[in-house]
Design a binder for this molecule. Structure first.
Ligand code: HEC
Length: 284
């Protein structure tokens, strides 16, 4: 028996007994994708994956860099800061629920809530906080929720994503459900998220350069040119983007902050582990 086999068997035994804190499947998924993208894009340094398609095209990057010089979302972040500092009618505030140190909020999400047996997301907890305090909850995809999420995320800029799947079979099942959602074919076009953002990353789909999944969640909420052309102010949450990508394959979008997207976020954000938060950001 080789040494490697022995080590693997010992690891499997640990897992069976539940004595390790790291979920092997998550670690394997991360390593497999890192390896895959390193082979596919050998000249792109790991940290660049946070920049999506702008890491892959010098032309697109020029436009993106000039947008970032005068970001269209500065007012949005300022509005988010005002929301963070505002007191609820009962005297509490978002800090009462999320913690006083705003720099320590973004990177705790998504995480597993063992008591309620569900994945918690930042936006989900923002709304839960409002409900618990008798405030009218924000909408889930744009507007105030995106402003506040952007301010909170901006305060964590420079930190490394580190989504933890704990040693808990329900947490692991939620992660696997999220992974399954990402790899499942759907819609009239019968395409999975992975078809576009793993296997076809770096290729063009109707004029859009497809970004790799690794790094997808580091910079949300985003300001999108496409969203700005519609009603609204260009800004949106990660679950708004999920809905858009479901619609691209002519599938019905799921509910923002519902179980499907929250479980997917658990998997999806894990694939950005080790990359740096840099939010909000501009996208075409
Ligand atoms: C038909 C191809 C296609 C499929 C399938 C698809 N997307 Fe996308 N997605 C796009 C395009 C095009 C863009 C915009 C260009 C880019 O950044 O990749 C995009 C952008 C994104 C972004 C923003 C990337 C960034 O850098 O900010 C995320 C996140 C995303 N998709 C997630 C998903 C998820 C999750 C699924 C599955 C539910 C999915 N996509 C399915 C085509 C697709």
């Amino acid at each position: 028996m080789t040494m490697k086999k022995i080590v693997l068997m010992a690891l499997a035994a640990c897992l069976a007994l539940g004595t390790t804190g790291v979920y092997a499947s998550q670690a394997d998924d991360i390593n497999a994708l890192r390896h895959y993208f390193k082979k596919k894009f050998p000249t792109v340094p790991f940290k660049e994956f946070a920049n999506g398609s702008y890491a892959l095209s010098a032309d697109k990057r020029i436009n993106w860099e000039s947008m970032r010089d005068f970001p269209p979302f500065e007012d949005h972040v300022a509005k988010g800061e005002a929301l963070w500092n505002k007191k609820f009618k009962n005297g509490n505030s978002f800090a009462t629920c999320l913690g006083n140190d705003v720099t320590k909020v973004r990177n705790r999400f998504p995480h597993w809530n063992a008591k309620d047996k569900k994945v918690e997301t930042l936006e989900g907890n923002i709304v839960a906080c409002q409900k618990a305090n008798g405030e009218k909850p924000f909408g889930l995809k744009k507007g105030n929720i995106a402003y506040l999420s952007a301010y909170i995320a901006s305060q964590a800029n420079g930190q490394k994503v580190n989504v933890v799947v704990p040693d808990d079979k329900d947490a692991q099942a939620a992660y696997e459900a999220g992974k399954q959602f990402f790899y499942a074919k759907r819609g009239q076009l019968n395409l999975s998220c992975a078809d576009c953002h793993v296997y076809s990353a770096g290729m063009y789909a109707r004029g859009n350069l497809l970004s790799p999944v690794m790094g997808h969640t580091t910079h949300f909420p985003v300001w999108r040119g496409k969203w700005a052309k519609k009603k609204g102010d260009g800004f949106g949450t990660l679950h708004r983007r999920y809905g858009g990508c479901n619609k691209q394959v002519r599938a019905k979008p799921f509910k923002a902050q519902g179980k499907e997207y929250s479980n997917m976020e658990f998997f999806h954000a894990s694939m950005s582990n080790g990359l740096t938060i840099d939010a909000p950001d501009y996208r075409e």
